[in-house]
Design a protein around this ligand. Structure first.
Ligand SMILES: C[S@@+](CC[C@H](N)C(=O)[O-])C[C@H]1O[C@@H](n2cnc3c(N)ncnc32)[C@H](O)[C@@H]1O
Length: 253
């Protein structure tokens, strides 16, 4: 198929593959200033626990040994800040995100927390990382991969930039698998989140995209297969909060 004819999902809509990134960028430009507040409101603060859970799994060294984390689609810096606070003085994080508005909020937050010496912010696309092969000790991506148009390319790039013996971790919304909770979760997602988005960010469409994109993301076993296809070994996953989120992990051996 000609690349111009390829389509993908933007929420429940089919769009030309080449258009998805622009649509995603519009979403995050629109919500950047209120992104962190909305996360707290939508998840009743649960996103903090999910992110802590990811950083616990990362378990960055608490020593002065050098350790370089790449946090892709890192937005306003939540994962990098948590990792920096848990780690020792040898830790450095690079937050890479395609959206300049999300990065600006992140830079301000890093300065306010006095973490700007340990956490740097770089504009870039997960599908084409501007970093050397084998240059990082860990790669994290939280609530980011489902927004990337060509997930297979992003996973191959993750593999390329990791040093052998280092870890890939992906936190993402997943599939609720608890009978009863699935119906409540759907009712909440489709009836509460877009109106809340309208009230807080004056943008219901971006939050409609959010809830639709979650439903379109591959199920955990299928996503694990994609991670393995990119070259990672010992791929595993764990679900959290009844399947609302899942943490996938793999090793570059
Ligand atoms: C839901 S936010 C997650 C931010 C942060 N990781 C967190 O957990 O709070 C998704 C982020 O993915 C970024 N993003 C979308 N497509 C991207 C791409 N192709 N490359 C890098 N970042 C991308 C967006 O700009 C946005 O900041």
């Amino acid at each position: 198929m000609n690349q111009a004819d390829e389509t993908t999902h933007f929420g429940f809509k089919d769009v030309p593959l080449g258009d998805k990134q622009t649509l995603v960028n519009d979403v995050f430009h629109s919500v950047a200033q209120r992104y962190d507040l909305m996360n707290d409101l939508m998840s009743a603060g649960l996103h903090r626990l999910w992110k802590d859970w990811m950083v616990n799994a990362l378990n960055p060294p608490r020593t002065d040994a050098p350790f370089a984390l790449l946090d892709v689609a890192g937005g306003t810096g939540d994962i990098a800040f948590r990792a920096a606070e848990a780690a020792g003085p040898g830790f450095k994080a690079t937050v890479c995100d395609i959206n300049s508005d999300m990065l600006s909020v992140g830079r301000e937050r890093a300065m306010a927390r006095h973490l700007d010496g340990q956490v740097s912010f770089v504009e870039g696309n997960a599908e084409e990382l501007a970093f050397a092969d084998k240059s990082f000790d860990a790669y994290t991506i939280a609530f980011g991969i489902r927004n990337v148009p060509r997930i297979d390319r992003a996973l191959k790039e993750a593999f390329r930039v990791l040093r052998p013996g280092s870890r890939f971790l992906c936190l993402e919304f997943s599939t609720v698998d608890v009978p009863g909770l699935d119906r409540i979760y759907d009712l909440f997602s489709f009836n509460v989140i877009p109106p809340l988005g309208r009230a807080v960010t004056d943008d219901a469409e971006s939050y409609q995209y959010l809830v639709e994109s979650i439903r379109k993301f591959p199920k955990p076993a299928a996503f694990a297969g994609m991670i393995g296809a990119a070259g990672f070994s010992r791929v595993s996953w764990q679900s959290f909060s009844g399947g609302i989120v899942a943490l996938h992990a793999g090793w570059r051996l």
